[in-house]
Design a protein around this ligand. Sequence first.
Ligand code: 2HG
Ligand code: ZN
Length: 461
Amino acid sequence: MPDPRLTDLSRRLPELRLLTEAADLQHYGRDWTRRWTPAPLAIALPSTLEEVQEVVRWASQQGVAIVPSGGRTGLSGGAVAASGELVLSLQRMNRVLDFNAVDRTLTVQSGIVLQHVHDAAREHGLLYPVDFAARGSCSIGGNIATNAGGIRVIRYGNTREWIAGLKVVTGSGDLLELNRGLIKNSSGYDFRQLLIGSEGTLGIVVEATLKLTDPPPPSQVMLLALPDMDALMQVFALFQARLRLQAFEFFTDLALHHVLAHGAQRAIEGEHPYYVVTEFDAADEAAEEVALAAFGQALEQGWVSDGVIAQSEAQAAALWRLREGITESLAARQPYKNDISVRISAVPAFLHEMRALLASEYPDIEVVWFGHIGDGNLHINVLRPADMAEDAFIAQCEHVTRLLAATLQSHAGSISAEHGIGLVKRAYLESTRSAAEIALMRGVKQVFDPAGILNPGKLLD
Ligand code: 2HG
Ligand code: ZN
């Protein structure tokens, strides 16, 4: 017997593609967290924004929760549907709608894959600069929902910086056209920025107008080996003063171990506790000389112990793989993830406290750290030992996360730098946002989504 609510939906929208097969419910009901068992009611794949509006009106009348869904590469459970929700996948709404050479904007449907945005910008001789390892499968709508950051934030900022306009369907089914591509618009509350990072709880992004910029100048990629943790920020300060950085990313020897075991090529011999992959503008030989001089100075100071500079695009890609391949190399272990940030100036003190905490709380557990150290953003991936039950492991990680949240709070940091709060970090939101802020967040949610149907349970409980 088909669910009468779905029969009603099909009657209202006979053209709407709806999936209810068990394999589809599995596939669309989860993201990369893999912790929750998918259990959606059905999957809707609209092809127009009018269909999205009508689905929302139906959901509001029937009291069905909606989980907006893009590439489901999220790491915080923001796209998980484990409680009878309708997954509203934007996958079929994936077209480039417009390129405007004068405004230097690209208008896209929100289901478009990030890589396709990069390609479309490049075809017009321009750059959409937000970039990270999931580029081939994440969608721009998901990037907007989490204000995604990635590997070039140090140069270009987060997704927030690159959104000139949004079309959004609210929880009442209204279509909002936010900012409409304007550069200057001082006309009251900027709902566009409110929607960015709202994790599907205030509205469903259906279209976005993206700002594009000049393509980056020629660059070079360097891998550095560092003898200790303090050297990380010393090298960062030196390189930032001398070079125009595009990226400054770090990982530990344990991260390297996993990524090499997953097929990446070793680039520096020997044992070193920390590594940095950095990319910087290098238009000519003179620029390369400056980089080598900075490296020489770091070597003299004892802040780096070895390094290589890529001699070809292939070698640059191989160096990047050592950093970008980490998540995939750990995926089969279903790590427990923290994604935290502090101000750059607070990184050295925070790192010391964090390392002491992790060492004492996870004595026999592999803890892999890496991340965007030049932005003050660290990823901590905790690996469950084979002989530890999943429940006990999660309980242990949640206990440590509470302690980590307190440490972060004392350094005025954030429990979620770029992956979002979702389900994974909901219990720790208070460590980053005040009670007054959370009360206002609830109030805003009520205004945009009066029936409480948009991604309930994510971000706020
Ligand atoms: C990255 O920086 C991503 O590679 C994923 O944000 C981080 O897997 C992670 O914890
Ligand atoms: Zn990251």
